[in-house]
Design a binder for this molecule. Structure first.
Ligand code: ADP
Length: 609
């Protein structure tokens, strides 16, 4: 806002200066123009008055040359022609625009007149007191201006002597009425004054100026006016005009009329009549009004222009501010984006590192898991070792006995019996080979890949592995074996490992049972295959159902259980894309269920090889 007032202040100052200068120019211009117009008007008016006077001047001489009038005024005196001559004068007056034309005899008495018909006709009136009579009777043509004593009308009186041969016999006078000249001034739009040699306003477009004096009259002048009865001298009140020169040909003229002050620009010019002046008055107010009107217009235009400039300036400022604001916003946004990008890059780098670490951890985990699985398997073997060694020792003992027997029979030359014993030895060896074959396979490092396996076959082989254990416990396994292969996805050795764990746990749960029984079944569903294993042991307490598959969870006394078997088993089955679950049989014992996927229903992320 601060920045807004400064230009306004400057603009106001400039505007004031401009206004002052404009006023000067306008006043000068309109004053000049008014004067030019006034001068032109004055020229026309003065010219017209001069012309009118010039036109009337020779007329009395012309009339005087008429023999009829000479005769009338001559020695013979008036005859019967007088009415005719009166009429003739009337016709002349009408034709030249004179108010009166009249003839006076030597004494100044009117003998014939154009206004003979009027009530206040000049006939018989004596005008010897008028200078135009006295001058003409002495042989001069004369001109006189006065207020008519009879008519009360102002006019120019032109007169000439009437000669009868060489003798002056009378005077003819023609009166040019002042108002016929004044009438022409009405439409000029200015006030006109014609002042005589004494400063008396004889004619004016303004009636109230007429017969007023511009300045007080001197006593001589007053005396003369009284003597010639030119004007009623008491009515010639001065206008009390004050003038100031404002140019070479112009003055500023001030006067007060009936208490009202007037100010004019006055231009004056002399007439052909000696001492007379024509004056044109232009009201100063008119000029000032023109100046003010022009200035107002110019002012309005200037204000409009200033407002337009201000609006433009304001808009430009707003636009600049908006642009600046937008630029700042953009820069802020860019800075933010950059900041975020840096953060994001850092986060990305972190994430990348985390991913790398996670991969390494996963690799480690997989490796550990593998090792764990192997360890678990070896642990299972360890658990089974007593039963296995028993299983091997038994035939070995028998082999030893049968070998001794065979040797005895051969010594006795009982070769058939000896062969029988050797055959049995062979069978026993086969059995041991069988066991070791199973165990060797079981101990092998399993592969990672999923294959299509025959679930029934895997169960058969598992039962082969745990055979010694089962026998050492006198356990019975009831396997409802299907004839056809049951195919599922998994790893043979790893599934064997799971099943061995399950059998081992079942036997341990039934360790108190003299005749343990394990039931095995296979259930085929649309996409999956379930392997159920039920025992008749103590089952799993409800509160630990969730914990059975946790690593290192065991209910067995230290030394006999690590708590890893079921945890490893569940991991193995999960790796197959299947599930391992436990439940209690409503009557007795636990039921473990291994669920495997059938081929063709492979998990989308897994490759089948
Ligand atoms: P361990 O056999 O070393 O204890 P496991 O992970 O194999 O470890 O088993 C964990 C626990 O699950 C066992 O301690 C036992 O309490 C329970 N369990 C597993 N199998 C059975 C079963 N067939 N009957 C009852 N309890 C079982």
């Amino acid at each position: 806002m601060k920045g807004f007032w400064k230009p306004i202040l400057i603009i106001c100052m400039v505007a004031s200066l401009a206004f002052y200068q404009a006023y000067q120019w306008a006043a000068h211009y309109y004053m000049g123009r008014a004067q030019n117009e006034a001068k032109a008007t004055l020229g026309l008016v003065v010219e017209a008055v001069d012309q009118a006077i010039g036109r009337f001047q020779p007329i009395p001489t012309l009339i005087a040359s008429d023999p009829a009038f000479q005769q009338l005024l001559g020695k013979n005196g008036p005859d019967g022609n007088t009415p005719y001559l009166n009429e003739k004068l009337r016709q002349i007056a009408l034709s030249i625009g004179a108010s009166e034309v009249y003839l006076m005899g030597l004494t100044g008495q009117t003998i014939a007149t154009s206004n003979y018909r009027d009530e206040d006709s000049f006939l018989g009136r004596n005008f010897s007191f008028r200078p135009y009579f006295s001058e003409a009777i002495s042989g001069e043509t004369s001109m006189f201006h006065a207020l008519g004593t009879t008519s009360g009308e102002r006019g120019f009186f032109f007169s000439a002597p009437v000669l009868d041969g060489v003798e002056i016999v009378g005077v003819v006078t023609v009166k040019l009425p002042a108002d016929t000249i004044e009438r022409e001034w009405h439409d000029l739009g200015r006030d006109i004054i014609m002042a005589d040699e004494n400063g008396i306003i004889f004619m004016s477009s303004r009636a109230d100026f007429r017969l007023r004096s511009l300045a007080p009259l001197s006593p001589d002048v007053r005396q003369n006016i009284i003597a010639t009865r030119q004007f009623p001298v008491n009515e010639l009140a001065p206008l009390n005009v004050a003038t100031d020169a404002i140019g070479q040909e112009a003055v500023q003229l001030k006067l007060a009329l009936n208490g009202v002050p007037y100010a004019y620009l006055a231009n004056s010019r002399p007439l052909s009549l000696a001492g007379w002046h024509g004056i044109v008055l232009t009201p100063v107010e008119t000029v000032q009004q023109q100046v003010i009107r022009t200035l107002l217009l110019a002012g309005f235009a200037a204000v409009a222009a200033i407002l337009a400039i201000l609006v433009f300036w304001q808009r430009r400022t707003n636009a600049l501010q908006l642009m600046q604001f937008e630029r700042q916003q953009r820069e802020m946004l860019e800075a933010k984006v950059q900041e975020r990008t840096v953060d994001l890059n850092a986060a990305n780098a972190n994430l990348q590192q985390e991913v790398t670490e996670r991969r390494a951890t996963e690799d480690l985990l997989r490796k550990s898991q593998k090792e764990l699985v192997q360890a678990g398997k070896l642990a299972a073997l360890g658990q089974m070792s007593a039963a296995i060694s028993h299983e091997i020792n038994q035939p070995l003992g028998a082999i030893k006995s049968y070998a001794a027997n065979a040797s005895e029979f051969m010594a006795r030359n009982q070769l058939d019996e000896a062969r029988e014993n050797v055959d049995i030895i062979g069978q026993m060896t086969d059995r041991i080979t069988d066991i070791s074959h199973h165990l060797r396979n079981f101990a092998r490092q399993p592969g990672d890949k999923l294959r299509v396996i025959d679930v029934a076959e895997v169960i058969d082989e598992t039962l082969g592995i745990v055979g010694p254990q089962l026998r050492s416990c006198h356990a019975e396994v009831r396997f409802d074996r299907p004839n056809a292969p049951i195919l599922a996805l998994g790893g043979k050795l790893r599934l064997q490992q799971v099943l061995v764990n399950m059998v081992t746990n079942a036997l341990e749960a039934m360790s108190q049972d003299p005749k343990p029984l394990i039931e095995l079944g296979i259930e085929e569903r649309e996409a999956e295959v379930d392997i159920h294993m039920r025992d008749y042991g103590h089952g799993v307490a409800d509160e630990i159902l969730e914990l059975v598959f946790d690593a290192f969870y065991t209910t067995k006394s230290s030394g006999s259980g690590m708590g890893l078997g079921m945890s490893i088993s569940q991991n193995i089955i999960n790796d197959f894309g299947g599930a391992l679950k436990v439940a209690n049989h409503p009557v007795r014992g636990a039921i473990f269920t291994v669920t495997l996927r059938k081929p063709g229903f492979a998990h989308p992320n897994e490759a089948l090889t």
